[in-house]
Design a protein around this ligand. Sequence first.
Ligand SMILES: CC(=O)N[C@H](C=O)[C@@H](O)[C@H](O)[C@H](O)CO
Ligand SMILES: CC(=O)C(=O)O
Length: 320
Amino acid sequence: MASPKKKLQGLVAATITPMTEHGEINFSVIGQYVDYLVEEQGVKNIFVNGTTGEGLSLSVSERRQVAEEWVAKGRNKLDQVVIHVGALSLKDSQELARHAAEIGADGIAVIAPFFLKPRNKDNLINFLKEVATAAPALPFYYYHIPALTGVKIRAEELLDGIQGKIPTFQGLKFSDTDLLDFGQCVDQNRQQQFAFLFGVDEQLLSALVMGATGAVGSTYNYMGKKTNQMLEAFERKDFSSALNHQFCIQRFINFVLKLGFGVSQTKAIMTLVSGIPMGPPRPPLQKASREFIDDAKAKLKSLDFLSSTDLKDGNLESYS
Ligand SMILES: CC(=O)N[C@H](C=O)[C@@H](O)[C@H](O)[C@H](O)CO
Ligand SMILES: CC(=O)C(=O)O
């Protein structure tokens, strides 16, 4: 197991859960997927069973199997494997946390429960603490994604004194556009060695300025290389190059957002770019339309994200 002090840094790909045309998990491509991230995208950290991984649409047993497969295939190749173990049932969440520890994951992350919701900071902290306690040796990350959970408790408020309640607290995955809240999380916790991971890929450069130490996102599956170039430019204080990279990434994300962009579309784009079949999403999501794929493909080509020979149409034949 990883030392709890190993800090999660740089890009973290929120992994897609590959599925067959019949809607079962396609474990057979996960090994290839790890190699693709490391070799083609320069991404060495993953976030499993999150939003992009349809974690909340999988059964507990499937979530365990998916986590196991990523940890096994990532061994000696990836730096860190963080497993999202959030669930509506505290029991499920604790089981998944214990399981993540057993299989040797490097950390766990949890979203706010979103059906019967915590009413205030203390309710939320108590829930998170109960999960964290099930895996006392694993770094714990809070996954703040208010637009999807509907839990609008500010991250700044949540972080205030959190290590006293959750000793394994190691960082925040912040998937929101409120840079005041994000900046204050960083500013008020300078004494700690927390990881501040930003989760809005199209705005990452602004978050870097605000003190982000890394990023977790869906687009790092296929734009990791480009985003790494932005991180390198930022490191060497070449802000004009960094901005050019961010604008290039924005042109693509802005384009697909207008067409309607979510997990289904991410699965289609990743299939197109990597050549690894990601399959359809699980209902209630529906697979991306052929029209979306054609438009996205033309955009990727025009932005020079890919040479035309990189595009793997063969794997998209089932899209109509
Ligand atoms: C809501 C959602 O899935 N957010 C992702 C991660 O948090 C991001 O990676 C976005 O997919 C990306 O920023 C594009 O909007
Ligand atoms: C994007 C992200 O972090 C997730 O899919 O959970």
